[in-house]
Design a protein around this ligand. Structure first.
Ligand code: SAM
Ligand code: SF4
Length: 424
């Protein structure tokens, strides 16, 4: 979400005559787009900000802007702590960034997703193949650990006509894939609801449709039907579980029990057998006992996720969980985190191993980051596949026979020219 916010700010600025510099050394303006979800990200930002201060010391004309959730959360405190910062702009005001840097606006920290949702922002996208599209802003859920509702404000959905015309335009410009973005896309509501929005987007000429993030409480049968029926909606769901313990889920204010989560997974797998399921987990929430942790481990084993993002609980000032009893020491959190990650590594590898010998349709994205002599792409189920570079162009589809499972990706051979059909 933050990466796409950066693309939107770049888009707004380039419409106002700015262009992207190669690095901070030759920039007139440096923008930090910050994340406040966990303390670590916030600390990293402050140390980078310190380095930019040194740059500014040598070049007084350099302007520094701080955007994103840390800006929203700390406001005046940030200016006091780092008086050399020129502009502070919250995530709900990104459309005003050019007004701010041209001096037409002073502080600009308005809490108004209503206005943001009505903006048609021309994002300056890095990829020519895959695009993010925001469908809503903010969040109303107030999970007790989470800072997002405080920094990104109340939930507001973009009008469906505006989203549809953005995706239509992307399709016409040759984009192959869109990912619809929102903190809880399942509660999207304008003149239509989220499954209806998916149906309208599926009718456009875009090959692959993805969406994040789904909240398990609002994940409806109507949505499962839409995913099952719509040919362009990818067979992958990211459905954060957060914990396998009902007691912890209640303390987190997640609004579902483990049993209810499991029932939704069962329906999903029945209706869409090829579906890949990934999730987020938080370990070491205040009051989490050894039994609660074991419940999470059991859930991971029982559900057998295709992938998992696991985080140590990070206490965020201003959230309910910050003031709860039973905060857990970092050593224990680290130990639980590594148990979770080790378990998931085995499951992911096993799942990848099952794909050996199958053929998969892969959308080629470009050179592999770890080995630029190879190409990578993704299956509809969002698995990363690496093949030898035989001149396949980014944005093309190839049929790949999977030869070897690796921990985080699959190694394969392009067999498109042999006439093998996809998805077997
Ligand atoms: N709205 C989405 C949802 O409900 O899952 C995603 C929000 S958040 C940006 C992404 C993930 O960060 C969450 O699913 C949660 O696992 C994690 N997270 C949020 N607050 C956290 C905190 N205080 N400490 C550790 N992890 C946190
Ligand atoms: Fe945070 Fe919960 Fe909203 Fe996700 S649904 S952004 S975790 S409050």
């Amino acid at each position: 979400m933050n990466v796409h916010d950066s693309e939107k700010m770049l888009g707004v600025l380039s419409e106002n005559g700015y262009s992207e510099a190669e690095g901070p050394e030759n920039a007139d303006l440096v923008i930090f787009n910050t994340c406040a979800i966990r303390e670590k990200a916030e600390q990293k930002f402050y140390s980078q900000l310190g380095r930019t201060k040194l740059l500014k010391r040598g070049r007084k004309s350099l302007k520094i802007a701080v955007a994103g959730c840390v800006a929203q959360e700390t406001k005046d405190k940030l200016i006091r702590r780092a008086p050399y910062v020129d502009f502070v702009i919250g995530p709900q005001n990104i459309h005003l960034i050019s007004h701010m840097v041209t001096g037409r606006l002073q502080a600009g920290l308005f809490d108004d997703n209503q206005k943001l949702a009505l903006q048609e922002l021309a994002a300056s996208r890095k990829s020519l193949i895959k695009a993010w599209v925001s469908i809503m802003y903010g969040c109303n859920n107030f999970c007790t650990y989470c800072i997002v509702p405080y920094t990104r404000g109340r939930e507001v959905s973009r009008p469906s006509s505006s989203i549809i015309s953005e995706v239509d335009d992307l399709a016409k410009r040759g984009y192959k894939e869109v990912t619809l973005l929102g903190q809880n896309v399942n509660s999207y509501k304008s003149d239509i609801d989220f499954p209806e929005l998916l149906r309208k987007i599926d009718a456009l000429k875009i090959d692959r449709i993805r969406f994040v993030t789904s909240h398990p409480r609002d994940f409806s049968e109507k949505l499962i039907e839409a995913i099952a029926e719509l040919p362009h909606v990818c067979e992958h769901i990211h459905l954060p579980i957060q914990s396998g313990s009902d007691g912890i889920l209640r303390l987190m204010n997640r609004g579902y029990t483990y049993r209810e989560y499991l029932e939704k997974i069962d329906v999903l797998r029945k209706k869409i057998p090829a579906i890949a399921i990934t999730a987020d987990v938080i370990t070491g929430f205040p009051g989490e006992t050894a039994m609660d942790h074991e419940a999470t481990m059991r859930a991971i084993r029982e559900i057998s996720f295709d992938g998992l993002f696991a985080f140590k609980f990070s206490a965020r000032r201003g959230t309910k969980a910050y003031g709860m009893d039973g905060h857990i020491g970092d050593d224990l959190k680290s130990q639980r985190l590594s148990e979770i990650l080790n378990l998931q590594e085995k499951i992911t590898y096993k799942k990848n191993h099952v794909l050996e010998g199958t053929t998969q349709e892969v959308l080629i994205e470009g050179p592999s980051e770890t080995d630029p002599s190879m190409l990578t792409g993704r299956t509809k189920t969002n698995k990363i596949v690496t093949i030898s570079d035989n001149g396949e162009t980014p944005g093309s589809y190839v049929v790949v026979r999977i030869d070897r499972a690796r921990q985080h990706s699959l190694l394969g051979v392009n067999v498109s020219l042999d006439g093998v059909s996809a998805g077997s």
